[in-house]
Every structure is written in C-alpha cells, then in structure tokens.
Design a protein around this ligand. Sequence first.
Ligand code: E4P
Length: 218
Amino acid sequence: MRFFLDSANVAEIEEAWEGGLIAGVTTNPSLVAKEGKDFHALLKVIAGIVDGPISAEVLDTTAEGMVIEARVLARVSPNIVVKLPVTAEGLKAARTLSRDKPPIATNVTLVFTPMQALLAARAGAAYVSPFVGRLDDIGQDGLQLVGDICRIFEQHEVDCRVIAASIRHPVHALQAALLGAHFATVPFAVLRQLLKHPLTDAGIERFLADWRSSGLSH
Ligand code: E4P
C-alpha cells in the first residue's frame, strides 16, 4: 500500500512530498474550498511539487459536463487523475474518458458498496475510492468495504486500484494495508501520527544522552 495525501494545502503537500511520505495527492471540492484559491491555479502549483497522481474532482453532474471538465483538468498536468462520483452519469463519463486517446485516468469516488466499486472498475475507472470513515459514522463497517472490494478485484482479476479514503486515524490505515488496499489517502494529521511513536523519540534521546556522557568524539 502507498500513501496519498488527502489535502489541497500547498504547505502540507510540500512537506509530505519532500519528506518522502506520499506517492500522490487527492483533493475534493470541500478541501479545495477550504483553501480559497483558484482551482486550476492551485492544481498547477500542486503539479509543480508532486510527481505522482493528483486527483481533481469534477463539479458537473451530467456525463457530458463531466467529460468536458475532465478534459480541461487533464490539460493542467499529465499526472492529473479526474475524480468522478459513482453515479450513472459518473460511470458514463469514466467510460468515455477511458477511451480518450490518450485515455484520461479516473478515480471514482464516494464508493459505499462493493458493487459500486465493481461497476466503476468495469466502466473503466483506474481507481476507486471507498470511504471508510463516513461509513463508520453511520454505524457500518468501512474497513469491511475495503476488504470486500480488494477480494473481489483480486478474485476476478479486475484491473483497478483501490484507494482507502475517508481515513480518520492510524488504525484505519493499518487495517487498509492488511486488507490489501493499493493506496490509502490520509489527512496530514494522520500521516504524522503514522510516523510518530513515543518510544522512537525516547530511544533517540537515550542514544544521544549515552553518547554525550561517554565523552567519545564523533
Ligand atoms: C477521498 O478522496 C476524499 O477526499 C476523502 O478521503 C474524504 O474524507 P472525509 O470523509 O474525511 O471528508
């Protein structure tokens, strides 16, 4: 499993990318709205930092409108992946974009059932994003969804990557990795939590203190 940063914040993206923590970025309209910057200009800045997939979501709700938006977004940078909702219109757009020459990679988002994921993959999506946290929020098992999708894709040799999304804490990320998700897209705070352990910090302190008190030179 690789990590994407689920953020549209340039400082966070820069830190995570330069720190070697992420393979790409996912954004959504809510994350972009929080930044208050022009969408395409922001995507250009992100593409100048990140040399991996950058998911950018369409706003139109018709297949025709989504395809137009997607083609414009794809022109921003070759590593843009167009995010489409898992609706009939969204899948129609995914199918069209997968047949573009060259094809435009899509990430079908807001996936809440295994069959939505399978249909999206069959329509030509390169990625599907099951939302773990939002399912947990309504008392369902978000991680089970990730596991089910991974099993189905493996069993039927479906050529589509699974992005565990709506990750709220480190255990979500750990379980997604164990279940076989290809990617987890995580907020910056969770990414930091994944790296941190108090015994690591204490271990560094102890090594340095022992070295200092030995009087040895470096
Ligand atoms: C996925 O690509 C979405 O941007 C994201 O993971 C949604 O997470 P949320 O449920 O925390 O908003």
